[in-house]
Design a protein around this ligand. Structure first.
Ligand code: NDP
Ligand code: MG
Length: 388
């Protein structure tokens, strides 16, 4: 990395779990990194506080109703204030931006990510939903504009790190999963789980949506799809292995049978920092593994009958076209409905499956097709919830 020039970072979703940890990484290396653009959806006060502290060139509040409030609060600062979803697509293209870190949640990440790619900006990708929904289109655009995607998701960062220095083909990816809070639950126990129970993840402190996805293992299903696109492998080459301690972050097996893994204490700042500093590694004060404190490292087969969302993700890749877009949209609807106690835990998988069955299959989608498919799938999923 050119140490004379600070990397100017646009953080989409700076008020979230990944966004705030990205700001911590920037703070650790003020000589190397600069928060150039910060964006939020609804947390206007936190965005204002961040803007006053990190002094970016621009901020975006995606929720337009909060625009005046943010603008007035930052009136005395040399910071441009924008609002709305279209503004996200514009700020990522600002000329000085060196890298766009996508830490916003859900389908909302697709348009700004594509816009950043079209401006030739490297992507540090946390927003996995973008690859789940439109992996084919996004990877094609990345080739066309010669834009790298650096994974922030801990498993994909581990795979990426295991591939560093390797030229040989991948035989298999070993994608580890903590198994979430309900790993040992029986199907009848799963029937009655509450949002509060699901929001307590054993190893990671994350945003609400991904925490629920982890409890249903939809998150691991999405990570299978994410790995398929990031590393250009067939679904059959991706083996999910439940590893409750979350120390082995994932691994790659090569054709001679050798397996390379990346290990570490569960801390998202490590993959965030590497995505920003690659190809270099920087110093950090983040926690280290205490080997004497390490008890068992265990590995189990995932129960696909219990965690049907994981199975459905494999099915969506097999179907191709708009299938994963439908699964993602239905999942966003049921995930929110579960958190609002409008949908029982086990109904989430049923509704995603019914939505996938009801929608027409479509191939070769462009951005408008994905937008239309997402909107329709949300309506269909919502109608199933209202019938519960
Ligand atoms: P959070 O819910 O904590 O944060 C989401 C961020 O996105 C917030 O800044 C939020 O703004 C913003 N946002 C939400 N909706 C919109 C929208 N419609 N338009 C624009 N911005 C929006 O999520 P996480 O940080 O946990 O996750 C972010 C992404 O990273 C997800 O895709 C997740 O799957 C992925 N990821 C997260 C990990 C983690 O440890 N948290 C690990 C691996 C991947 P506001 O808060 O102001 O409303
Ligand atoms: Mg992950």
């Amino acid at each position: 990395m050119d140490i004379k020039k600070k990397k100017k970072i646009c953080i989409l979703g700076s008020t979230g779990s990944i966004g705030t940890q990205t700001l911590q990484v920037i703070e650790e290396h003020p000589d190397l990194f600069e928060a150039y653009v910060l964006t939020a959806h609804s947390q206007a006060d936190l965005l204002i506080t961040q803007a006053k502290k990190y002094r970016p060139s621009a901020v975006v509040i995606a929720d337009e109703s909060r625009y005046e409030y943010v603008r007035e609060a930052l009136a005395d600062e040399p910071i441009q204030v924008y609002a709305g979803a279209d503004a996200l697509c514009q700020v990522v293209q600002m000329e000085p931006v060196d890298v766009v870190l996508t830490a916003l949640v859900g389908f909302a990440g697709l348009r700004p990510t594509l816009s950043a790619i079209e401006a030739g900006k490297p992507i540090a990708l946390a927003n996995k939903e973008t690859l789940v929904v439109a992996g084919e289109l996004v990877t094609r655009k990345c080739m066309e504009y010669r834009v790298p995607i650096l994974p922030v998701d801990s498993e994909h960062s581990a795979i990426f790190q295991s591939l560093m220095g390797e030229q040989s083909p991948i035989e298999k990816i070993i994608l580890t999963a903590s198994g979430g809070p309900f790993r040992t639950f029986t199907p009848s126990q799963l029937k009655d789980v509450t949002p509060a129970m699901a929001l307590k993840h054993p190893n990671w402190d994350m945003g609400a949506k991904i925490t629920i996805d982890s409890a249903s293992m939809m998150n691991k299903g999405f990570e299978v799809i994410e790995a398929r696109w990031l590393f250009d492998v067939e679904p059959a080459q991706i083996q999910v292995v439940v590893h409750p301690q979350s120390i082995v972050h994932s691994a790659v097996q090569f054709q001679d049978g050798a397996v390379k893994a990346q290990l570490g204490a569960p801390d998202m700042r490590v993959p965030i920092q590497l995505a920003l500093s690659y190809p270099e590694r920087l110093e950090s004060t983040f926690p280290r593994i205490d080997w004497w404190d390490m008890k068992d490292l265990t590995f189990e087969r995932p129960d696909l009958n219990k965690f049907r969302c994981l199975q459905m993700a494999y099915e969506a890749i097999r179907m191709g076209g708009n299938a994963a877009c439908i699964v993602n949209a239905a999942n966003e609807v049921v995930n929110l409905a579960f958190r609002q106690e409008r949908c029982p835990f086990l109904e989430m998988a049923n509704i995603i499956e019914q939505t996938l069955q009801k929608m027409a299959h479509q191939e070769n989608l462009n951005l408008d097709d994905y937008l239309a498919c997402d909107a329709e799938a949300r309506q269909v999923a919502d109608s199933f919830i209202r019938r519960l």
